[in-house]
Write a protein that binds this ligand. Structure first.
Ligand code: AHM
Ligand code: MG
Length: 334
């Protein structure tokens, strides 16, 4: 019989990598894993239940919230509140950060930033969606969490991960010692280690960008897109274009096959669309840990200053050599 390793077993084993760890981060990761299984259950039956469509509320960025966004947000926040390891949560779906003020969380030292259901415009059409999370240690010593606790740069993350609810459901995470992927086995209800020590190829042939906005892209991005499309046998060009509108799905594919994902500034989103703390930073941490690169075109994503909760950034992320090439072309116009 083939032996399997569950996410829970793996997390406990890996605690030995951190000799002074008391198991709090392990418990926090486990809580996120459990909440994602509950969200997965609802995402899977979205077509059946009366849970599709708008919830009728608008989040801080003026986007309509889907019912499943709201549901996923509630599940993760409930899990983090009852787990006792997290003192404050930043969520894409909440205007302000959520300070957890309870007896069991009074000594909690972790901060979680989360996009509970990314790519939710894809829910109604049965295309993969995801959850993205980022974990920090709090800066303040005690009492109510402060802005200083939540506005930390990406380099300060202690863990990050994503869940992809796709043709199968996977949880991929890093604690800064490589990246591991777990596939949900629905028959036993467990995430099982399926992709140990994930590495993104240094080069790839896939580029992922919403080319509909081409006219508004910076010149460096336009030049890079043209580069991707030019015929050149030696470098396997033209590259293949793949874009689902779900960052987690696009990045997950590119991580496995090799590729680049770009969401630059546009006329509609002059600072970029994706949010730094719960979209760009966790993905940048994971991709770097897998041997890739993440940049805003000029600077490393993980080193960007964070000044606002829902701050946006341009992002170019994926296979190292592809990101370097895109940066080279951005530099031509700076
Ligand atoms: P969301 O958090 O509101 O779902 O938006 C994030 C999503 C990403 O998953 C995806 O890469 C991007 O928005 C797609 O945007 P666009 O439709 O402008 O290409
Ligand atoms: Mg999102």
């Amino acid at each position: 019989m083939q032996s399997i390793k569950t996410l829970g077993q793996f997390i406990i084993e890996k605690q030995a990598d951190f000799p002074y760890a008391k198991g709090e981060l392990s418990r926090l990761l486990r809580d996120i894993g459990i909440a994602s299984k509950i969200v997965n259950r609802e995402v899977n039956k979205a077509g059946l239940a009366d849970i599709l469509g708008d919830a009728g509320s608008i989040n801080i960025q003026g986007e309509g919230q889907k019912k499943l966004d709201v549901y996923a947000n509630e599940q993760f926040i409930t899990a983090l509140k009852s787990g006792g390891e997290c003192c404050v949560v930043v969520s894409e779906e909440n205007d302000e950060y959520i300070y957890i003020d309870s007896e069991i969380s009074k000594n909690a030292k972790y901060v979680v930033a989360i996009d509970p259901l990314d790519g939710s415009s894809n829910i109604d059409v049965n295309v993969g969606v995801g959850t993205v999370f980022s974990i920090f240690r709090r800066k303040s010593k005690s009492g109510a969490a402060t802005m200083e606790d939540v506005l930390q740069r990406g380099v300060e993350q202690v863990a990050a991960g994503y869940v992809i609810y796709g043709s199968s459901t996977m949880l991929v995470y890093t604690t800064g010692k490589g990246v591991n992927g777990f596939t949900l086995d629905p028959s036993i209800g467990e995430f099982c280690l399926s992709h140990p020590d994930m590495k993104i190829p240094k080069d790839g042939v896939i580029y992922s960008i919403n080319e509909g906005y081409y006219a508004h892209f910076p010149d460096g991005i336009k030049k890079y897109i043209k580069f991707c499309q030019v015929e050149d046998e030696k470098t396997s060009r033209p590259y293949t274009s793949r874009y689902t509108g779900s960052m987690v799905a696009d990045l997950h594919r590119n991580m496995i096959k090799g590729g680049i994902f770009l969401y630059p500034i546009t006329a509609k989103s002059p600072k970029g669309k994706l949010r730094l703390i719960y979209e760009c930073n966790p993905m940048a941490f994971i991709i770097e840990q897998a041997g890739g690169k993440a940049s805003d075109g000029y600077n490393r994503i993980l080193e960007l200053e964070v000044t606002e909760l829902h701050q946006r950034s341009a992002i170019i992320i994926g296979s190292e050599n592809m990101v370097l090439k895109a940066e080279e072309m951005m530099a031509c116009f700076s």
